[in-house]
Design a protein around this ligand. Sequence first.
Ligand code: ZN
Length: 79
Amino acid sequence: MAEKKDNKQPVQTQVPGKVISMDDYRCHAEGCKAKSTKAGFCEEHFAWFKAGLITKEGAKAQDFEKKFYQYQATHKKAA
Ligand SMILES: [Zn+2]
């Protein structure tokens, strides 16, 4: 009998039988744990999204570094 090994879904379930939908209320940006306030992003990442730094899925834009540099220049804060 041939074994099928095409099930490559990562197992991350910590709580069996429970679907955690908290993600819907979190910022979509990578690594951000803040809760979303606008369009699925926190305040900061919503600004990033508006500036084109990240997609609506929270992935970085292709020229993220360049855009981020411009973004920082635009949003410079007096330290
Ligand atoms: Zn965020």
